[in-house]
Write a protein that binds this ligand. Structure first.
Ligand code: NI
Length: 136
């Protein structure tokens, strides 16, 4: 089995808060990420697929095609957006990196399978020093 990773960048705004809590409680749990006027992150998304190299091409997945899928399915919908307000697949969900990674997996998986490969991992950096990984 061979693993292929495509890396993409995007910027987005969000706010972490529990609507059942007051601002004080939200600040105590989520800190600056609970700022009512939003804040942004420079996200880095690593999408890893796995498969066996094709006898016809030597590829497990055409990296350019993978980039196009990630761009159209995810990046175009989240880049320079407000994750809480403008992203359909995060609607009514906490916009934590954890939930975001799971949502990205769900969006991408059907497209990856259409190409005869399997999705292996979503790795999402919210900051250079904090990232989450999801393996389905
Ligand atoms: Ni944040």
């Amino acid at each position: 089995m061979v693993y292929l990773t495509r890396v993409e960048h995007f910027n987005a705004a969000h706010r972490l808060f529990n609507k059942n809590w007051d601002d004080e409680k939200n600040f105590s749990v989520f800190g600056k990420c609970s700022n009512p006027n939003w804040h942004g992150h420079n996200y880095e998304l690593h999408v890893t697929v796995k498969g066996e190299p094709s006898p016809d091409t030597g590829y497990i997945f055409n990296a350019k095609a993978l980039g196009k899928i990630v761009q159209e399915t995810i990046i175009d919908k989240v880049d320079h957006r407000n994750l809480n307000l403008e992203v359909d697949f995060l609607k009514d969900n906490f916009t934590s990196a954890e939930n975001f990674a799971i949502a990205i997996w769900k969006e991408l998986q059907p497209h990856i399978e259409q190409h005869g490969a399997q999705l292996h991992a979503i790795k999402l950096y919210e900051t250079p020093r904090i990232y989450v990984e999801y393996f389905g």
